[in-house]
Design a protein. Structure first.
Ligand code: GLN
Length: 544
């Protein structure tokens, strides 16, 4: 088999340049030429995984099928490339050190002094190379952070060693930088990019390709200047200009032959001459850019100030919108600020309401109010994970009259623990750890909205929760009009509920947002957006 080739993507000047999107776009273009691509995201922070990170610090936690809590960039890769990632696709400094220290404690290093070079760098290389001989042509290696940071150094050093060991034609380095525009001077400035390249070169790595983020087009003069100063050939200085949507990025980069430049550096000349098959992508973009109408979805959550905290949900709404030829406007509703006085004002423009996942008690009363509003006003509703749990609590309190009903996560003393932990034995069997993570099979009951949305009996969806619907209340709820519409295929525990006497009120214990991609707009989001639009049409109709 041919040697797996590596494309390393690092960032310079500043963070938040969209490295994940550029890398995923490159992956898409390579895939479109028939190559098999996967990705590794290396994060320089010391947390062992992002599971415990506050979403305000780092955006959402992305959960893979095999139950790893990972960086949100993996979401871009899955959504763009329609691939499944897992535990091996993300590693942090913390995880690298944890492994090395474990080995040291086990005596694996036979009394040697354990050092950053070679032990940490060996572990990094081992992680980068886990996909070798697994049938991949290309592994994209995205290094988080910014070159020049202390934390990034061991990763860059590992890359330097890989270039030495595997040869330049097997490891290509792409540096994403910023060319800032100084309004006062009316000029684009290349100096920060020159400095970033110097940083990288001090570590012994010469970038092969530069991708320059810019708000104004780069003239040939500027490109020549950058090329000369950084030792990068002119054709490998690629402009990445601000665009309206991330879905434009692959095509914009392709216009400048980004992918063929990279392929040539990798010695894959013949593939660089193949025509990429981007028709499906272009069709998606066409629909995205020319929606037939719009629809408003209220997203009710406690992290609404930082939109990255709900990244996958936002993207799944885009996919669901495009599938219905609709533009979805998200109305961000902070659940902590929602109360009986402002609820109408905050939600009356929404044609659909989405209740976000979450942990802890902050903002839950707002979520419950929004659920009551959706139930009573017959607004299409999608509840996700905590959103489903809150829907159960709202129903218990306001329909069943169990006034102090709650989740034991919020109130351990509640007289009506409608959401609760599992009995210890079952918890052990089902979860292993403290959280139920990753994909499990789910059975959908006939004649339900969820079954109709999926059009199939059994699905497999990802999870990230610890609390469950308390089955001892099952009958009571069902009699009063809240149906259990889906159950875990093994344990029979509740996975989804829906309301009778409501056009579309579906709440699920799993996270559909993680599995929505450009090629596979998720069925629940598709159905939800469709129903929200129905609501809009009937509402407009009734006004006439
Ligand atoms: N906090 C809830 C639980 O642990 C829901 C989690 C979530 O929304 N992801 O079960």
């Amino acid at each position: 088999m041919q040697q797996t080739k590596y494309i390393v993507i690092a960032g310079g000047v500043t963070s938040s340049l969209g490295k994940g999107i550029v890398a995923a776009s490159l992956g898409k273009l390579l895939q479109a030429r028939g190559l098999k691509v996967t990705v590794i995201k290396l994060d320089p922070y010391i947390n062992v995984d992002p599971g415990t990170l506050n979403p305000y610090e780092h955006g959402e936690v992305y959960v893979t099928r095999d139950g790893a809590e990972t960086d949100l960039d993996l979401g871009y890769y899955e959504r763009f490339l329609n691939i499944t990632t897992g535990k091996d696709n993300n590693a942090t400094t913390g995880k690298v050190y944890q492994n090395v220290i474990l080995k040291e404690r086990r005596g694996d290093y036979l009394g040697k002094t354990v050092q950053v070079i070679p032990h940490i760098t060996d572990e990094i290389k081992r992680r980068i190379r886990v996909f070798e001989d697994k049938g991949y042509d290309i592994v994209l290696v995205e290094i988080g952070g910014t070159v020049g940071d202390i934390e990034s150094l061991p990763f860059i050093e590992a890359v330097r060693q890989m270039i030495l060991e595997l040869g330049r034609e097997n490891v290509v380095t792409v540096l994403l930088t910023l060319i800032p525009y100084l309004h006062a001077a009316g000029e684009l400035k290349t100096k920060p990019t020159q400095h970033s390249v110097k940083f990288l070169m001090q570590s012994g790595v010469q970038p092969d390709v530069l991708v320059c983020r810019t708000e104004k087009p780069l003239s040939d003069d500027i490109k020549r200047k950058i090329a000369l100063a950084t030792n990068v050939p002119l054709d490998a200085v690629i402009e990445s200009i601000d665009v309206n949507s991330i879905y434009e990025v692959p095509l914009k980069l392709a216009e400048q032959n980004f992918d063929s430049v990279v392929l040539k550096r990798l010695g894959l000349e013949s593939i660089s001459r193949r025509k990429p098959q981007m028709d499906a992508w272009k069709a998606f973009l066409e629909r995205y850019n020319h929606p037939q109408d719009e629809v408003n979805i209220a997203l009710v959550g406690k992290y609404v100030e930082l939109h990255d905290a709900y990244k996958s949900i936002r993207e799944a709404l885009v996919h669901g919108g495009v599938a219905n030829k609709l533009k979805v406007n998200i109305l961000w509703v902070n659940s902590e600020k929602l109360n009986t006085d402002n609820i109408h004002e905050k939600l009356s423009a929404a044609h659909g309401i989405l209740i976000a996942p979450g942990f802890g008690s902050r903002g839950i009363e707002g979520k419950i109010l929004a659920l009551k509003y959706a139930r009573e006003n017959k607004v299409p509703l999608l509840g996700i994970c905590f959103g489903m749990q809150m829907a159960v609590i709202e129903f218990a309190r306001n329909v069943l009259g169990l006034k102090k009903a709650n989740s034991t996560e919020i109130d351990p003393e509640t007289p009506y623990p409608v959401i609760d932990l599992l009995p210890e034995q079952l918890e052990k069997e089902l979860m292993g750890g403290t959280m139920r993570l990753g994909a499990f099979d789910i059975d959908l009951k006939p004649g339900t909205l969820i079954r109709k949305a999926f059009g199939t009996e059994r699905i497999s969806e990802r999870h990230r929760h610890r609390y469950f619907f308390n089955e001892s209340y099952g009958e009571m709820f069902q009699k009063a009009g809240m149906k259990i519409s889906a159950t875990d295929a093994v344990s029979g525990l509740t996975e989804a509920i829906e309301l009778e006497n409501h056009p579309w009120f579906v709440a699920v214990q799993f996270h559909p947002e993680y599995q929505s991609t450009v090629d596979y707009p998720h069925p629940l989001f598709k159905a939800f957006v469709r129903e929200a639009y129905q609501r809009k049409k009937t509402k407009n109709g009734s006004k006439k």
